[in-house]
Design a binder for this molecule. Structure first.
Ligand SMILES: NC(=O)C1=CN([C@@H]2O[C@H](COP(=O)(O)OP(=O)(O)OC[C@H]3O[C@@H](n4cnc5c(N)ncnc54)[C@H](O)[C@@H]3O)[C@@H](O)[C@H]2O)C=CC1
Ligand SMILES: CCCCCC(=O)/C=C/C=C\C=C\C=C\[C@@H](O)[C@@H](O)CCCC(=O)O
Length: 264
């Protein structure tokens, strides 16, 4: 069954940044009724609303200053969505940072922020305040969740954990009562401010690790967001989608552990 974006309401965390902003714009192009940009950066959030208001109906776009690490602040974003647009159907748990030198902050934003969103959505807001039969959660993971990148171990760990939480909440035990489809996207390196790595990676034990992202294919956040719309509409619950190198999204398949051959 395909999910219809048209006429629905979405909340995008980190919606003022590179990927989040492009997701907001793609949603508006796909007929979303209303979208809440839930981002900690007020200056950028206000600017994005003003820019998108040149192209789309301003009444469809709301900025709500939000810190995803603070559950009350995150909940206020859901409340703002209901107050302005009457229902809430899609959550993009997208806010994330790279910061290996303040790694606790990386865990706070990338993991605790996503857990806050999952609990608020599955226990209350998307569960009870959706318009149609089904709601959708899209968690922004990374290719680093399945291929560990050197010098960003904590980031890799938070993104692997996002895949785990996605697969858990997709289980029929949850779905049967929530009717929320839960999926994750794993972008490859995408042209946003996050790939400016100065000062946020660990030094590493020596200089043999690649020190630049030059070897990685770079894709635009607009291309990524257009692929994400297809994932929202078509992907089955519990699936994980890699989107890299400006190629169509493809599903990452986890092995069944019982198929493993090697013994100690
Ligand atoms: N750009 C890339 O190459 C890739 C990015 N990602 C993931 O995509 C997501 C979006 O990142 P980008 O757009 O690339 O970065 P970005 O830095 O352009 O945008 C991130 C946004 O999150 C917001 N934010 C940060 N902390 C927050 C908090 N506590 N509460 C609410 N908002 C907060 C920022 O203000 C910013 O607007 C992240 O989860 C990132 O890990 C995943 C794979 C590749
Ligand atoms: C290569 C990462 C793919 C995952 C994309 C993602 O989610 C976000 C990436 C943001 C930064 C990733 C950086 C990884 C870098 C290391 O592998 C390292 O080699 C780069 C070191 C750069 C430096 O020392 O300045």
């Amino acid at each position: 069954m395909s999910f219809q974006i048209n006429g629905k309401v979405a909340l995008v965390t980190g919606g003022a940044g590179g990927i989040g902003r492009c997701i907001v714009e793609a949603l508006l192009e796909n007929g979303i009724k209303g979208v809440v940009i839930a981002d900690i950066n007020e200056e950028q959030g206000t600017k994005v609303v003003s820019e998108l208001s040149q192209k789309f109906n301003p009444t469809q776009i709301l900025y709500q200053k939000t810190d995803v690490t603070v559950v009350e602040s995150f909940e206020d974003a859901f409340k703002a969505a209901i107050q302005q647009f009457q229902h809430i159907d899609i959550l993009f748990n997208n806010a994330g940072i790279v910061n290996e030198n303040e790694w606790e902050k990386c865990v706070q934003v990338n993991l605790i922020g996503v857990i806050n969103g999952m609990i608020l959505a599955t226990e209350k807001y998307l569960k009870d305040q959706k318009l149609g039969e089904e709601a959708v959660i899209v968690n922004t993971s990374s290719i680093a969740s399945v291929t560990p990148e050197l010098l960003i171990p904590t980031y890799n760990a938070t993104k692997s954990a996002i895949n785990a939480i996605t697969r858990t909440y997709a289980e029929s035990y949850y779905y049967n009562s929530t009717k929320i489809k839960v999926v994750a996207i794993c972008p490859g390196v995408t042209e946003t401010s996050i790939v400016n790595l100065a000062g946020v990676v660990r030094p590493g034990p020596d200089d043999s690790a690649e020190r630049t992202l030059d070897g990685y294919p770079l894709q635009s956040p607009k291309f990524l967001a257009d692929q994400v719309m297809k994932v929202v509409e078509k992907a089955p619950t519990g699936t994980i989608w890699i989107i890299e190198d400006t190629k169509p999204a493809y599903q990452y398949i986890y092995n069944d552990r019982k198929m493993s051959q090697y013994k100690v």
